[in-house]
Design a protein around this ligand. Structure first.
Ligand SMILES: [Zn+2]
Length: 198
């Protein structure tokens, strides 16, 4: 599995290894009533997942995690608005989460719709247009490329937006306290590839 080549943070390694899909060997951990009751006292998720609302991509199932493991924000096209950014900041600031994963996926309908709408110089109905606007920079950067390339470009844009988000995230990313990584999920295989960075 590809890993990012960011400089290592100055504090202990982040638990990216826990974000393995464990294909064919899923454990379905921490889902018992006893564990649920224990978690009623507090939560200590080890990662934030910024994912698509697509019904096929629940991060807890993709990464084989249980209750209390992942703090999840899901919007179609795995884009981030002010409400999700506030949620992410809360998880970083109050819950101490240090790893953020932006998870794009194969055959993303939101990215596909954005590509088609922009190619047709059209406008999507209702509030769907807000997703088209959010995904537009990735579409325009990959006009002649396939959907996968645009999905990955969109993931990288969201990663960069989170890394440069002031005042909370940027300073923590710059100091190495928080790491933001992008990933791509294959519907065909269930594999997650972490995106290489330039
Ligand atoms: Zn999607």
């Amino acid at each position: 599995m590809a890993r990012t080549n960011l400089p290592e943070p100055r504090i202990p390694p982040l638990p990216t290894s826990r974000l393995s899909p464990r294909l064919g060997n899923q454990q379905h951990p921490r889902q018992s009533g006893e564990e649920r009751t224990q978690l009623s006292k507090s939560q200590h998720p080890f990662a934030i997942a910024v994912g698509c609302a697509d019904s096929r991509i629940p991060p807890e199932i993709v990464f084989d995690q249980g209750l209390g493991d992942l703090f999840v924000c899901r919007v179609a096209g795995n884009v981030v608005d002010d409400h999700s950014l506030g949620s992410i900041e809360y998880a970083v600031d109050h819950l101490g989460v240090r790893l953020i994963v932006v998870l794009g996926h194969q055959d993303c309908g939101a990215v596909k719709a954005a590509k088609e709408t922009i190619a047709a110089k059209g406008k999507a109905p209702g509030h769907i247009q807000s997703l088209v606007i959010a995904i537009r920079p990735a579409v325009e950067a990959t006009v002649k490329d396939d959907l996968k390339t645009t999905v990955e470009a969109n993931v990288k844009n969201v990663v960069q937006a989170l890394r440069s988000s002031t005042p909370i995230l940027k300073s923590k990313v710059d100091s190495g306290d928080v790491r933001v990584v992008g990933a791509y999920y294959s519907l065909d295989t269930g594999a997650v590839n972490f995106l290489e960075e330039k």
